[in-house]
Design a binder for this molecule. Sequence first.
Ligand code: UT7
Length: 347
Amino acid sequence: MNAVITAIGGFVPPAILDNKKISETVDTSEEWIEKRTGIKERRIADDDTATSDLASAAIENLLENYNVDRKEIEALVLATATPDHILSPTASKVCEKSGLTNAFGVDLNAACSGFLYALETAASMIESGRYEKIIVVGADKMSSIVDYEDRNTCILFGDGAGAVLLEKTESNYGLMKSILRTDGSGTSSLLVPAGGSKTPASMQSILHRSHFLKQEGSFVFKKAVASMSQVSQDVLAKNELDTDEIDWVIPHQANLRIINAVGESLNIDSEKVKVNIERYGNTTSATIPLCLWDFREDFKEGQNLLITTFGAGFSWGATCLKWGIMRDDKTTKSFRANVRKKSVLTV
Ligand code: UT7
């Protein structure tokens, strides 16, 4: 029994924060940001939009476009590092907003590796035979924890959400073996110091801006390159795949230089490495599903994908999957109809 992706949805808020605007508020430049990160702009949710709204919008996009009956969904695994509240679970709110009345919902926080961890969890639930249809969503409102006075971090992050439907299959399509890793000694290099049980909110914590994300950028950068490169090679070996059998690489989108370095270490054609960081920045739990959503037209039945991530914790990992047969996609159908219409007109 395998678990295969049969539908995808995505959502990014309409408001754009570009490098020009950031360079007007902190000591940086448009050129520096683009050259050092590959990011040109990111999407920012408005004050009334919470992570649950981003997640629900991505799920709605999936349910609508692929004609999925929401009543059939048995579970929702929500990867997020920016829950609506510390208590109660954001997944409960998402189930309510998305009308998933026959599903249970659970939050999973593994920062930038959250979606991969959630995918592995949901796939295992399906492979066990206990569940047949699970939605996995990665959603983050990073703008709620980013310090827009800190040039080390405010250039990097954006808001967004992506969702996939995982279904049972007896074919050989779907998720293969994964490798997931954590190392808590990396905690202090990338975290939001206050607002949790270790340092509850206080006047002091607010004064020190400790409710915002802090990062030792270049240390995390080096760890990310080394870990993603190694775990990608290990997961290929575990699945008995050669690099040239991989059709597409979907890396976590934290920095274009990290993505390029990982691609080079794998000795893989850069055309095969999917990148959309220039438009969204680092959306944490949402980068992988947003990439799958953005490039879904490129993936063909039977192709092999390699997914790899690195994030706070530290948390990292990789998996391979064989692309299967998607449910009927309204957006693809109308896209094809438009192409046909256009070519008829040209003739
Ligand atoms: O998704 C979770 C995992 N996160 C990551 O993987 C992110 C990893 N880190 C990064 O993407 C990069 O480290 C950054 C983009 C955050 C920083 O780039 P870097 O090339 O590692 O720069 P750096 O931290 O080594 O700093 C180099 C210089 C410093 O100046 P000095 O000390 O050489 O004079 C910084 O103060 O660049 C300076 N700098 C900036 N200059 C202009 C740092 N941020 C900026 C900025 N604009 N925004």
